[in-house]
Write a protein that binds this ligand. Structure first.
Ligand code: AMP
Length: 187
């Protein structure tokens, strides 16, 4: 069973993904990380992708869907994938669900809950540590969070209505959140 992690920027889902993958052998697909690799490649496509990331806009649908479809196609069926940062809007959800269905992959969703002010404070701290331009500018952080609220929350709601979402309080420390996560995943 694959996992899809949802959470506002700064909710710590990337950190939790790494811990869970290390302990339980998931292969992480981090959408933002994959796109940042393309942006750093110096190609024409990379320049295009970089301009969206730097402004805090979603990268065009076709680009991200091609990257994720390829990642799914190149993993064997016995690899468990942990998706972080995809799908992010209704159009991505539609295509992601279809790709997963045709690859015969099942998934459940985890939503890390954190309020916006706390999330913003955490991201500004992370910007210093990781040197990410899109984390250092408050206006861009807010744009990304607004996209999460406007486009991603509605699809989490759809998955929730389908009974596929586990919600985790992400306001606690890393170890407490991880304990709650593992508690929900292991019977
Ligand atoms: P993140 O590291 O998840 O905060 O993502 C950083 C940036 O990568 C976002 O602001 C978008 O520009 C881009 N990005 C990440 N995931 C997606 C996605 N699923 N669809 C489109 N753009 C994305």
């Amino acid at each position: 069973m694959d996992l899809v992690f949802f959470g506002i920027q700064g909710s710590g889902k990337g950190t939790q993904a790494k811990k869970l993958a290390a302990e339980f052998g998931y292969d992480i697909f981090e959408a933002g990380g994959e796109l940042r690799k393309i942006a750093a490649s110096g190609s024409e496509l990379g320049e295009r992708v970089k301009s969206y990331i730097d402004q805090g806009h979603l990268v065009p649908h076709e680009i991200i869907m091609q990257v994720v479809a390829e990642a799914i196609a190149t993993r064997s069926s016995d690899t468990k994938i942990l998706f972080d940062g995809i799908p992010r809007d209704g159009e991505q959800k539609r295509d992601f669900d279809a790709v997963m269905r045709s690859a015969d992959r099942e998934f459940r969703c985890i939503h890390f809950l954190l309020d916006r002010d706390e999330a913003e404070a955490r991201i500004l701290g992370r910007a210093k540590a990781e040197g990410r331009a899109d984390d250092a500018d408050t206006a861009i952080i807010r744009r990304r969070m607004q996209t999460f609220t406007d486009k991603t929350l509605p699809i989490i709601e759809e998955y929730k209505e389908a009974g596929r979402v586990t919600e985790i309080d992400a306001s606690e420390g890393i170890d407490e959140v991880y304990e709650a996560l593992v508690g929900h995943l292991t019977p």
